[in-house]
Structure formats: structure tokens, C-alpha cells
Design a protein around this ligand. Structure first.
Ligand code: ATP
Length: 501
């Protein structure tokens, strides 16, 4: 069943997961703020990734533990780095403007509806996945014709001579869309007091380049040997033409990227290894449904750095707004030696690696799993959202316990008769290890309902019997079932259940 994005967005707002940025000033398009629960969810995903990549990397194909180190590099780097990486010249999305509505769209995001037999009928453009306004226009502008007479195709596949007949997504007359033009997605700023062409700098559009810039530093100062990885998590900025679909496509977002440096001969082996490993990681943090899939990229979709390599695999998720299609969550690319070579050429600093075992100097190839942390948050939110009309809350979030922002609620059944004292003691014990909440107010049903909505997997209730038999009721979020366990076993009960899968 496809969930409603409006309902999910409303829950995220109501419960403090995600807010529009600058909301009291009517917001700012393409920017979002994470609230108290959203930041916990995001940090849980971030920490699970860091653990998987840096603290406890997996065993490689031959059973040896892999070696991966972390870095945290500057958002602003020398602008020459972005010339070398190809971003100043090539980091463009072709886009079209609408002369009538002044709106700007990404060319590859526009679809058109074209009449199957009448060449004179207007072509109605719409944003992929959002055909409703175009369908409305069929009724208004193509009298006597019905939806079924129209076929859908990408705008890029429409013959150029038909462009004057296209009605833009927000326009009322045909022929107002421009030809596609290039648009640089990097945010520009100035460094220092003088604002001139010489002081222009860019906010990084990806975290990866900071890793390449430090490749030599890491090799020279740590004990890594090829093959090894360097990982980084951090903000990236893209002045997206059409930010949309909530936090799926925003202008400021977070990435989790790892560059795996290996010998060119082994690139294919490592590419396969990381594709498999990354897909199972998303499953382990809770994307269990068939909404998750791996997809090889077509050669024409490849980024400027990946054209000669093994290609790219996407880990994709069926978001409500992409359904029945999928949207990219992570790309696992073979970047070849493109970046190191480019930086060597532009910086004139030798970046080749001397391999002691092979007795050979070479430019390592790179396999890059590049994931969106913000998109990961959205995928987990979509996956967790579960309607259940039989519950007071009507909906619960069934996050994997390891990802849930709050792990347990601790409730004295009533705020008297010694129950609050026991609850406070249990709370003091559990909060040392886990994010737990003590809630003494309202009736117990309302407290469970609130925990359901924020996806807390367990609630421990202290009642009249607790003082007598030293046991508490555990309520399980997913089944809503209850059982009694010993008070002194609560900590172990929780430890065991909230480990990542
Ligand atoms: P898209 O085709 O959706 O623009 P991309 O292929 O350009 O994405 P990459 O450059 O491969 O994306 O970036 C790696 C990851 O960063 C993506 O898989 C995605 O999860 C995330 N990402 C990229 N752009 C955005 C954005 N505007 N908002 C949120 N996350 C993003």
C-alpha cells in the first residue's frame, strides 16, 4: 500500500521530526530543519554507517577485515579543486525555463502527454510523478479529448519541432518553454573581505572530493595499504533547479561517502563486493520490504567520472512519490582513477601510490558507495509509517529498534503509591545506556499512543504489583501485546533487542 506523503509530512511536523527551515518567515525552498526526534533518527543512521564503515568494517571477499579510516574535511576548498574534479565545467543539469510562469525545471524531470492521433493537439508537460495539473489541462485546453487518447513520453524524447506545441507544467498557453540550458548547481560565495572573481569559492556539492584531496595525507600518516577506504559524512550543497519531494531533493543535505582505493585489476571484484554489502546494510537498518532494489545504470546516465569503469549500481527505494517507480538512495560507482589523476594534473603534486607488495607504482582505482543520509532518513520514515485504525493513534512508526529515536518509554501506571519512585529509578538506570523517556502524565492509553506515533519499540509500565513481585509490564509496539518481565531484567531485555540486525 502506498502511504500518503501529506500524512507522513504532517506526522513529522506534529511530532518534531522535521520542520521547514525558517518556518516563521514562510520557509525557504529546498531547506529543512531536523527537530528533536528527527536528529536522533538521523544520528542513528549516521552512527550505524560509521560503525559499518570505519569502526568495524566488514570482512572482505577473502575473509580478512577491511581497513577503512575516516576524515572530516572542509566544506569550502580551493576552487581549483572543483575545476579539477570537473564540477565547475561539468556539474550541470540541463534545465528549461517557462517564459510565462517564470518557473524553472530540470529537463530530465519533465514528461509530456501527447495525443495519439491528432498532431495539432497541444502537448502537456508535467513534472515526473505529478501528472494531475496536466490532466486537468487536457480537460480545459483539449476539448472533446480524453485522457486515454494521450500517451506519455519524456520531454527529451519529443521531437524539437514539437516544442512550440508544449504547454508548460505551470503555463496556460503553448510554446513558453525554452530550449534546455546548462545550469551550474554549485553554490558560490566569496572568501575574505574583497568580493571579486579572485575570491570566489564554492560550497562542496559532494563530500567525496575532500577525501581525494587528502589521499596523500592519509597514506603518508596512517598505516593504510591499498586496498583501503576513506570515509566521510557531512553536508553537501546543490542549488537544485527543482527541489521537491520533501527532504528527497533539497539544496542542503548530508551524504555518507566512502572511497575504496584498489588496484585497477581488482576494481570489478570490489565493485561487486560493495554493491552487495551496501544493499544488505540498508536491509539491516530496517528497509526490509520489496520497496528496496538494486539497479544498474544505463551507460547514458553515468556521471562524468564513471564512463569508462564498471558503471554504477544504484540502491533504490520505492518512495510514495516515485511509486510505482524507484528513487536513488545510494550509488555505488566505479570512479576509475579519474579524480586522483585530475588532481595530480591540476595540482602538479604526485598522487601515485607505491605498492610494496607488487613493487609497482600506480594510480589506484576507486569504488565509491555514496549514500544520501537525508534520503536515508526519508526512506526509513516511509518504510516505518504503518496505518492501524484499531489503535488510538491510528498510525505507528515501526522503525527497527536500533534506529528508533526513543528506545523505550517508562510509565508509572498512576503517579502515586510508590510507582513514580520505582519508575524514576528504572529511568536513571536505563538513560545511562539508551535514549529513554519517563512519562508520568495522562492515561496509559494516551501515553502508548504517543510512543506508537514516534516509533518507540518498547514501553515499561510500573503498576500496583511491581512493588510486590518486582516485575513490570512490557508493551511491544508492533504487536501491541503485553508481557510481564522481572524489573531487574529490563536493562538486559532492551540491550538485546535494540542491536542492529
Ligand atoms: P540525483 O540524480 O537524484 O540528482 P545524483 O545521482 O546526482 O542524484 P550523487 O551525486 O550520486 O546523486 O549523490 C549521492 C547521493 O546523495 C544520492 O544517492 C542521494 O542519496 C544524495 N543526494 C544527491 N542529491 C541530493 C539532494 N538534492 N537532496 C538530498 N539528497 C541528495
Amino acid at each position: 500500500m502506498t502511504i500518503s506523503m501529506d500524512d507522513l509530512v504532517a506526522l513529522c511536523k506534529r511530532r518534531g521530526f522535521i520542520f521547514p527551515a525558517s518556518e516563521i518567515y514562510q520557509g525557504i525552498n529546498g531547506f529543512w530543519d531536523y527537530g528533536p526526534l528527527g536528529v536522533e533518527l538521523k544520528n542513528n543512521i549516521r552512527d550505524a554507517w560509521w560503525r559499518e564503515m570505519v569502526l568495524c568494517p566488514p570482512l572482505g571477499p577473502d575473509g580478512d577485515p577491511l581497513s577503512i579510516v575516516g576524515v572530516d574535511t572542509s566544506i569550502i576548498q580551493n576552487p581549483r579543486a572543483w575545476e579539477a574534479s570537473g564540477h565547475v565545467g561539468g556539474f550541470n543539469d540541463p534545465m528549461v525555463d517557462c517564459r510565462e510562469s517564470k518557473a524553472r525545471y530540470r529537463y530530465d524531470h519533465l514528461q509530456v502527454l501527447r495525443h495519439k492521433s491528432d498532431p495539432e493537439a497541444p502537448r502537456f508537460a508535467f513534472l515526473e510523478g505529478e501528472p494531475a495539473p496536466a490532466l486537468k489541462r487536457i480537460k480545459k485546453l483539449a476539448r472533446g479529448k480524453s485522457e486515454a487518447d494521450f500517451e506519455q513520453l519524456p520531454l527529451s524524447e519529443l521531437p524539437r519541432e514539437e516544442m512550440p506545441k508544449v504547454v508548460g507544467p505551470d503555463a496556460s498557453t503553448p510554446g513558453t518553454l525554452t530550449e534546455p540550458r546548462q545550469f551550474n548547481l554549485m553554490f558560490k560565495t566569496y572568501v575574505g573581505a574583497i568580493q571579486s572573481e579572485d575570491s570566489v569559492a564554492y560550497l562542496r556539492p559532494e563530500t567525496a572530493q575532500g577525501i581525494f584531496l587528502n589521499f596523500k595525507n592519509v597514506v603518508d600518516t596512517s598505516r593504510v595499504k591499498v586496498p583501503f577506504g576513506i570515509a566521510q559524512i557531512g553536508k553537501a550543497f546543490r542549488n537544485e533547479v527543482t527541489p521537491r519531494n520533501y527532504i528527497f531533493r533539497s539544496r542542503e543535505f548530508e551524504q555518507m561517502e566512502m572511497e575504496w582505493f584498489c588496484h585497477a585489476d581488482e576494481a570489478q571484484k570490489w565493485h561487486e563486493f560493495w554493491c552487495e554489502r551496501r544493499a544488505t546494510w540498508w536491509q539491516r537498518i530496517g528497509l526490509r520490504s520489496d520497496n528496496l532494489m538494486m539497479r544498474p545504470h544505463g551507460q547514458d546516465e553515468l556521471a562524468h567520472y564513471a564512463r569508462e569503469g564498471q558503471g554504477t549500481f544504484d540502491v533504490e527505494y520505492r518512495f510514495p512519490f516515485t511509486a510505482p517507480g524507484f528513487g536513488e538512495l545510494e550509488g555505488v560507482a566505479h570512479r576509475t582513477d579519474f579524480d586522483l589523476k585530475a588532481h595530480q594534473e591540476h595540482s602538479k603534486i604526485k598522487l601515485a601510490y607505491f605498492d610494496q607488495e607488487r613493487k609497482e607504482s600506480y594510480m589506484p582505482h576507486v569504488i565509491e558507495p555514496a549514500a544520501g543520509l537525508s534520503r536515508g532518513v526519508l526512506a526509513l520514515l516511509c518504510e516505518a509509517y504503518t496505518e492501524d485504525p484499531s489503535r488510538p493513534s491510528k498510525v505507528y512508526m515501526n522503525f527497527h529498534p536500533a534506529m528508533a529515536p526513543i528506545k523505550a518509554g517508562i510509565f508509572p501506571l498512576v503517579n502515586k503509591e510508590g510507582m513514580p519512585e520505582i519508575a524514576h529509578k528504572l529511568y536513571a538506570e536505563l538513560r545511562e545506556r539508551h535514549s529513554v523517556q519517563l512519562d508520568v502524565k495522562q492515561n496509559i492509553g494516551k501515553r502508548y499512543a504517543r510512543m506508537d506515533e514516534i516509533g518507540t519499540p518498547y514501553c515499561f509500565t510500573i503498576d500496583g504489583d511491581t512493588a510486590k513481585d518486582q516485575s513490570v509490564t512490557v508493551r511491544d509496539r508492533d504487536s501491541a501485546g503485553q508481557q510481564r518481565i522481572a524489573l531487574d531484567k529490563v536493562g538486559a531485555f532492551l540491550d538485546e533487542r535494540i542491536r542492529p540486525g
